[in-house]
Design a binder for this molecule. Structure first.
Ligand code: ADP
Ligand code: MG
Ligand code: MG
Length: 299
């Protein structure tokens, strides 16, 4: 079937996080996207101030009912990112079940957005709900190191521990797990990514068994907002184009992402990377997605 993605993520009027980071890359890579906005804010929350409103579970259920009544809930993929409330998370679980009733082969790509760099940025109950009800529904899970640790309840300080965490997560449901960024001891200049898959990935059942890969990425000494959202969208698209070749899909996703980061650094200037986070500096550091359209398509 033609790829159609239902993408439930945040929306910002200005800048690039959530759906603003996902819709354009998915579209330029040839996938149809139906976005649902889990929040609508003026700008991302790293700015000195933001305004806007959050969506609740009832509002999501209403949209899902409308789509279902018109027989439009027949997507091949569900993609979820930042979900701020328990009510919305419960509605997502029901939405996923309704979508699977229409499309038994639905691929659910879940970015369990819980926190980063040792800090939880959602309520503890939300993290527990993710572990209990969302992880078992996901086909592809893309936590960062902190999220993988939170979901498995242990710290990850080596490749071996990363693979153990992936195994724990596989055992709960997802056939593919990518820990998108880890800081390992003694490697301050490197981001390590681990990707692990077990089970067939395509309808023909090719690629049985287990595979794992790791990738080392040069760390840019700065914090970027929206990179995880962009990664999840690119991985979904490239897994669609290269079924059964997770290593290639990951390489292309990281390639596109690194091109965007290089252009973002070039645009904002090295001095801005270390500068205090004023509104002006935040705006300068927004990801340069549009300018990298060619590299996203051919990383
Ligand atoms: P999240 O935003 O969910 O924490 P990550 O930090 O894991 O997501 O970022 C996803 C991807 O973005 C990483 O795999 C890496 O390729 C890239 N990335 C993010 N931050 C940096 C950085 N400072 N330097 C280089 N690459 C980065
Ligand atoms: Mg991060
Ligand atoms: Mg993330």
């Amino acid at each position: 079937p033609l790829p159609r993605v239902l993408s439930v993520q945040s929306h910002v009027v200005h800048g690039y996080v959530g759906n603003k980071c996902a819709v354009f890359p998915l579209q330029v890579l040839g996938l149809e996207v139906d976005p649902i906005h889990s929040v609508q804010f003026s700008n991302h929350t790293g700015y000195p101030l933001f305004k806007g409103a959050v969506f609740d579970g009832e509002q999501l259920r209403a949209l899902a009912a409308g789509l279902e009544a018109n027989k439009l809930l027949n997507h091949t993929h569900l993609l979820t990112g930042y979900i701020g409330s328990l009510s919305l998370l419960e509605a997502i679980a029901d939405l996923c079940a309704a979508m699977k009733a229409h499309s038994p082969h639905l691929t659910y790509v879940c970015d369990p957005v819980l926190g980063d760099e040792g800090r939880l940025y959602v309520a503890r109950e939300l993290a527990d709900a993710y572990a209990a009800t969302i992880v078992p529904l996901a086909s592809v899970l893309v936590p960062n190191q902190f999220e993988a640790e939170t979901l498995t309840g242990g710290s990850i300080g080596s490749l071996a521990e990363a693979l153990e965490a992936c195994d724990k997560l596989h055992a709960r449901g997802p056939h593919t797990v990518v820990i998108t960024s880890m800081s390992l001891p003694g490697e301050p200049d490197t981001i390590t990514l681990v990707a692990s898959t077990r089970q067939p990935q395509d309808a023909a059942g090719r690629l049985g068994g287990a595979q794992a890969m790791c990738m080392r990425i040069d760390r840019i000494r700065a914090y970027f907002t929206g990179t995880g959202d962009l990664f999840a969208a690119l991985l979904l698209a490239w897994m669609h184009h290269h079924p059964g070749d997770l290593a290639l899909a990951v390489e292309k996703a990281v390639g596109g992402l690194q091109a965007v980061l290089a252009e973002t650094v070039r645009h904002c200037g090295a001095a801005t990377l270390a500068a205090e986070r004023t509104a002006e500096v935040c705006a300068l550091r927004e990801l340069r997605l549009i300018q990298c359209q060619g590299q996203l398509q051919d990383p």
